[in-house]
Structure formats: structure tokens, C-alpha cells
Design a protein around this ligand. Sequence first.
Ligand SMILES: *Cc1c(COP(=O)(O)O)cnc(C)c1O
Length: 379
Amino acid sequence: MREHASTVFGEMSALAVQTGSVNLGQGFPDTDGPDVVKESAIRAIREGRGNQYPPAHGIPELRRAIAEHQSRFYGIEIDGMTDVVVATGASEAIAAAMLALVDEGDEVVLFSPWFDLYAAVVSLAGGTRIEVPLIAGAFRPDAGALRAAITPRTRLLLLNSPHNPTGSVFTRAELEAIAAVVAEHDLWVISDEAYEHLVYTGSEHVPFATIPGMAERTVTIGSAGKSLSMTGWKVGWATGPTDLVAAVRVTRQHLSFVSGGPFQWAVVDGLALPDSYWASFRDGLERQRDLLCDGLASLGFPTTVPEGTYFATTDVRPMGYADGWAFCRDLPRRAGVVAIPHEVFHDDPDAGKPFVRWAFCKRPAILEEALTRLGRAFG
Ligand SMILES: *Cc1c(COP(=O)(O)O)cnc(C)c1O
């Protein structure tokens, strides 16, 4: 695990504090989720629901609520009693699924840039990661490149859409092309859909399990932290066919065993929030996206406007930098702003070099302050 000893987020957040920078590095919202969901957690604590070890796979009420959520939003019909497992965030759900499905020496294919946790959990499982770059600049998945990366040892595809860090939302046609490769090579799939509710005007979230033939081989991951803006609560889940979920349950119960008792009760209420919540959540983030992306564009930063997630990407070459690392190391002192280089989300040291990621899940005033600072430094 030595290669996973430090994370860029630690280094950049420390630099942000040291330099008094606006931190657009780490992806967590600076505004909490709904008060009714907070009150629900407080009530659960007061009423003694979840203060002791909850049931191993999650309280039945939450497992039912997660099944209901999959049906309400996507028409996916699963049984909360057998096809759902609650975990300590999407992170633990992904780790448990990886440990359950991947053995020593198995290869795991994943599109790069990838969310940094993935690299570590493939190592934990004793697997080998094989990265397939998204088409540079456009950040679209190339099913031909995926097919070319598959070997007889490939066991699993780790998929992520809406995609962190690029903000791409894979289209139905792209997912169908990926599904054809998965079926041809009889792979299992972990589909990380943590940003399922952050998809903006003109795009649609298509769960991978809804592509024909994929439901029986896909473990789908969700996150209350991301969907309810409560990232500190660490409630997530895996859903899928009974046999795969049974395997994930075995590994997961030996990781944290259980967690977040009262928060599980609150997430039951959160997932049942009316359509107006989900619409205003998405619209608010879309306005923040536009504020940041329009601002960066008007400063001359070539920026890819994301279709989903918390993140936008800029190519720093026109700003006079050869690569994202040089830009991100310089930026706190030059401008008082922190961003993250894409390079850290790849194995190939040349891939992702010119790109940096900005998080826009911050209050408009914070985004405006960051833009003002960037304008002073680069204007
Ligand atoms: C934040 C994030 C996670 C982890 O979610 P938690 O519920 O906080 O564990 C997983 N996948 C992606 C792509 C994320 O951005």
C-alpha cells in the first residue's frame, strides 16, 4: 500500500490553510443538506433509534427506502431485504464490492482519470488496475479502447458516471457500447453512481444496471453524502442482484460491521423528499457551475463545462503552464486559490497533464471571491 500513502487532497488542503486560499480542491459542499433531514437525525438520537449497533446490512427501513428510490427514479425493481446493503459511505460499499469480487492477480479495468479511492481499493483486493484513458479533452469513454485493454485475467469493470473528476455523464449509447464489451468478456461491474442526482440540463443519468443484460452483473453504488449534501454522515449503499449483494455483505460486515445508526433513520426521510427537493438541489448546483465556468471562461481559462458532478476542468496551457501540477503548486501563492491537477488521477504520468479540476460545490460568494482573485492574478 506504500504507493497510496499520501493523497493530493491532504497536501493541497494544507497549502490552502497555510496561504489563506479559497479551497476549490476538495469536493464537499459548504452548505449542509435539508434541515428536515438534520432534525430527523436529532430525533432518532433522542428517541433511541440507532444509538446501539444497527442490523448488519442496514436498518430494514433504509434498505426498503433505497429499493424504493431505485424504483421511483429509474424503474429498477429490487428487494430491499436481499438486494441492498448499507455501508459507511459509498467508499466502503466500493471497497467491499472490490474485496468480494476481485482475487489476487485479477485485472480491474477502469477509465482514467479515476477517483483516487479506486486505485487503493484495487490494491487492497490484490488486483491489478488497467486504466483506459477517456478521450483527452473531450473526456468521453471509448469502448474500442476498453475492448483492447481486456485480457483473459480481466475480472471486473469499475465504472463511474456521472464522472469524477471530469463531470462527464455517459450517454445511453456510450453505456450500451461499454455493455457490449462487458457481455463479450463476461465481466462483473461496479457502477459508482454517487453523483446520480447531480446531472444538469440537457443530460440524463442512465444507471448501468438498466442497460439490457447488465442488471445481473452490476453492483450499483449510491451515496447519501452526495445526494443529501451530508458528506460527513458517511451513509452509502450497494444494490444489485441477490447473489452479488450477498457476496458484498460478507466482506462489508467484516470492515466496519455497522455504522451511522441514527443517520440511517434520517436518510430514510431524506430519500423520500419530494421532487421539489431533488430539482432545487440540482438547479442550485447548476447555477454554481455556470457561475464558475462563465467566470473562468471570461478570464480566458479554457474550461470544459461539466454535464454533472461538483467539478469543472481547465486546460492550463494557455495560462502559460506546461502542466497542471506546476499550475496547482503555484496557484495558492500567485492567486490565493487551490485546485487539483488531473495528473494524480492517472497511472500514466503523461495522461491528464494539462488539466486541473475545480470544485464548484461552494457558496456563490466563495466562487465569486475565487474568480476575483484569479482575475487579479491573471487579468
Ligand atoms: C465522494 C465520492 C465517493 C465517496 O462517497 P462517500 O459516500 O462519501 O463515501 C465515491 N465515488 C465518487 C466518484 C465520489 O466522488
